[in-house]
Design a protein around this ligand. Structure first.
Ligand SMILES: NC(=O)c1ccc[n+]([C@@H]2O[C@H](COP(=O)([O-])OP(=O)(O)OC[C@H]3O[C@@H](n4cnc5c(N)ncnc54)[C@H](OP(=O)(O)O)[C@@H]3O)[C@@H](O)[C@H]2O)c1
Length: 265
């Protein structure tokens, strides 16, 4: 696979590192990385498969898979720039640009181009992204390409494109929601007597452990909760107090509020 990433900023850089570290699985023969100011990428050129350039057309010409990772406001200009270099039979376009629909990309590149839209989250930088993927009709067979790339950087789920906004809230904004839960439980631990660094360690590892229990067992959360709630014990006392104060309700309402706001932007 010959891959080009157009717009190697925060996200593009994490994807590039993932591709470079998992090259056996992805079988990447060459990796073209583009941005306008190349200084921050110079060190990557030590790897033989990496070419850095500010010539987007060149990156397209020498690649089969083009990953678009510019800001939403920069997308149209980039698409206009590369459209004459795109060969619908050769190229697969993968866009990670938030809020930009497959139709918008097709409207510039043509409806005969294979387009895949992906929504990763910031945990991609530690190889733990939850990435949602959808594709136009022509690219359905090529979804495996996107899955191979993003499975090397976490987990993937194929969804209908009309769920992409919801996925953005649950997974991309979701990182912030989970951070707040970790912060809150850290504050609780400090109040109970732990130093803040110890408190955060307890909170983070317990959070990771809870998620890992569900991932390994595939159990419903309530099955794992049942295992730690002794009748009349302290855990159920705390849980019920949290629910009286609106824990589940406020999380659900927050997710719905984020979704409404995203649809207005
Ligand atoms: N960060 C995340 O975790 C995340 C998650 C999901 C989706 N997204 C989406 O991914 C996209 C990138 O996000 P980001 O955080 O990586 O943004 P970013 O750091 O601003 O990266 C965008 C890069 O595009 C380059 N660029 C701008 N115009 C260009 C052009 N004409 N040709 C080539 N390169 C160009 C910029 O570098 P130069 O100025 O040097 O050209 C910049 O490094 C956004 O659409 C964002 O919504 C991000």
């Amino acid at each position: 696979m010959k891959i080009g990433i157009i717009g190697v900023g925060n996200l593009g850089y994490s994807i590039a590192l993932g591709i470079m570290s998992e090259k056996k699985e992805i079988r990447c023969k060459s990796l073209y990385l583009t941005k306008r100011h190349l200084n921050s990428l110079k060190h990557l050129e030590k790897a033989s498969m990496v070419k850095i350039t500010n010539d987007n057309k060149r990156a397209v010409r020498y690649s089969d898979v083009i990953i678009l990772a510019v800001q939403p406001a920069q997308l149209k200009e980039v698409l206009e720039e590369i459209k004459d270099t795109i060969n619908p039979k050769k190229h697969t376009i993968i866009s990670v640009v938030s809020g930009r629909k497959i139709k918008e990309i097709e409207s510039v590149l043509g409806a005969d181009v294979k387009v895949i839209r992906c929504m990763p989250n910031t945990a991609i930088s530690v190889g733990q992204s939850m990435t949602c993927i959808s594709a136009n009709g022509l690219a359905k067979k090529d979804v495996t390409v996107a899955k191979t790339i993003f499975n090397a950087l976490g987990e993937t789920l194929c969804i209908e494109e009309d769920l992409m906004q919801a996925a953005t809230v649950v997974c991309a904004s979701g990182i912030a929601f989970w951070m707040r839960l970790i912060r809150a439980t850290t504050q609780g631990a400090v109040q109970l007597g732990f130093h803040s660094d110890e408190a955060q360690q307890l909170s983070m590892q317990t959070c990771l452990g809870a998620a890992s229990l569900l991932i390994d067992s595939r159990n419903h959360p309530e099955q794992e909760i049942d295992k730690v709630t002794t009748p009349s014990g302290c855990t159920i006392e705390g849980l019920n107090e949290m629910e009286h104060q609106g824990l589940s309700s406020s999380l659900i309402q927050g997710i719905v509020a984020s979704f409404k706001k995203l649809n207005q932007i």
